[in-house]
Design a binder for this molecule. Sequence first.
Ligand SMILES: C[C@@]1(CC(=O)O)c2cc3[nH]c(cc4nc(cc5[nH]c(cc(n2)[C@H]1CCC(=O)O)[C@@](C)(CC(=O)O)[C@@H]5CCC(=O)O)C(CC(=O)O)=C4CCC(=O)O)c(CCC(=O)O)c3CC(=O)O
Ligand SMILES: NC(=O)C1=CN([C@@H]2O[C@H](COP(=O)(O)OP(=O)(O)OC[C@H]3O[C@@H](n4cnc5c(N)ncnc54)[C@H](O)[C@@H]3O)[C@@H](O)[C@H]2O)C=CC1
Length: 326
Amino acid sequence: MRLFPLFADLDGREVLVVGGGDVALRKVEALLGAGARVRLFALELHPTLQDWLAHGRLVRLPGDFNPDWIDGCWLVVAATDDADFNAHLAAEAGRRRRLANIVDDAALSTFQVPAIVDRSPLLVAISSAGAAPMLARRVREQLEATLDASLGPLADLFARHRDAIRHALPDLAQRRRWFEAVLDGRIPALLRERRLDEAEAALAAGLAADAPAATGSVALVGVGPGDPSLLTLHALRAMHRVDRLFYDEAVPPDLRALARRDAHVEILSADDGAARAKVVDAALRGVRVVVLAPGDAFRRGERSGWADAVRAAGLPCEVVAGIVAD
Ligand SMILES: C[C@@]1(CC(=O)O)c2cc3[nH]c(cc4nc(cc5[nH]c(cc(n2)[C@H]1CCC(=O)O)[C@@](C)(CC(=O)O)[C@@H]5CCC(=O)O)C(CC(=O)O)=C4CCC(=O)O)c(CCC(=O)O)c3CC(=O)O
Ligand SMILES: NC(=O)C1=CN([C@@H]2O[C@H](COP(=O)(O)OP(=O)(O)OC[C@H]3O[C@@H](n4cnc5c(N)ncnc54)[C@H](O)[C@@H]3O)[C@@H](O)[C@H]2O)C=CC1
């Protein structure tokens, strides 16, 4: 990772923008959208910027450029078409330990502006670290098409009920299960249809109902030959929902890395009986357990008896077939 991603709270904070052309306009628009106080210095202003100036949406700094202006600002954007001047601004900002975006020079920039998909308060930012801004734009366009417009209202809904949710479901594992049920349920569809009151009511009703008892489960997953691209969708879905992941030592790390990030991960004991007992014991504690083994291990060969053993303990058990060569 070349650049560290972060989201800055610029509401009410000063940002210095130097330059008044098309690119400056795009940056100013985004900055104003985030509530920043834009201080602009430019020889000439784009008509839209002139308009915003006339409406008091930004301040234009007068006279010759004064580097001390940087001291009064949290960030600097150098957006002129004069590469030498932009580089000079980068140096002045660096001397003052201010982060600066130099629009014609990724290497001189101490921050860069990503392409964004805005479903506020949910925001997706895409960066190519300056390698190919147009690629970032393309990915953004693809995400625009797939990320539903209801995501913003959905995040708002969760925010409004945040305290009530925590109160009704004090246990984190329980809360996560509840969130998943909401996300897979009818509330997103209601929001898509802009039936906000009904979505609100459905959420409140769900919270008032008894919290679902945590039921453990086991998914026995064959991962095929070990290439992550040869995992089945079924396997991937199980890995995205896992609480506790056990893996056979032959399962490669890049494949294990596809599991939900905060799942607890451990290697299976070499002793088959002990390994199975541990898996059953974990699931009986009410968590979702996933066991990964190479090939189609839980349908053919030594471990084909695992599913019956898990079910005999009263636990739901799913066996996910792995791809094997004939
Ligand atoms: C380093 C960075 C500095 C910075 O933070 O600004 C930078 C640098 C440069 N951009 C250039 C060109 C274009 N940039 C865009 C578009 C975007 N550029 C953005 C960011 C960044 N651009 C930063 C890196 C971000 C990353 O890599 O992830 C986006 C994501 C965000 C934003 O700016 O809001 C926004 C997408 C918005 C969206 O989602 O649509 C387009 C397409 C268009 O305008 O439609 C063109 C072609 C326009 C044309 O050529 O006309 C050039 C070459 C100039 C040249 O060759 O002359 C340079 C300089 C260089 O690469 O050396
Ligand atoms: N980061 C990005 O996304 C992109 C960056 N670029 C680069 O960004 C730069 C700016 O592009 P545009 O906005 O299209 O240019 P533009 O020509 O529309 O505007 C340039 C602006 O800089 C001002 N300016 C020039 N010298 C100045 C100085 N010494 N002091 C104060 N203001 C000064 C001009 O008055 C004008 O307002 C170019 O170098 C371009 O290659 C271009 C496309 C995208």
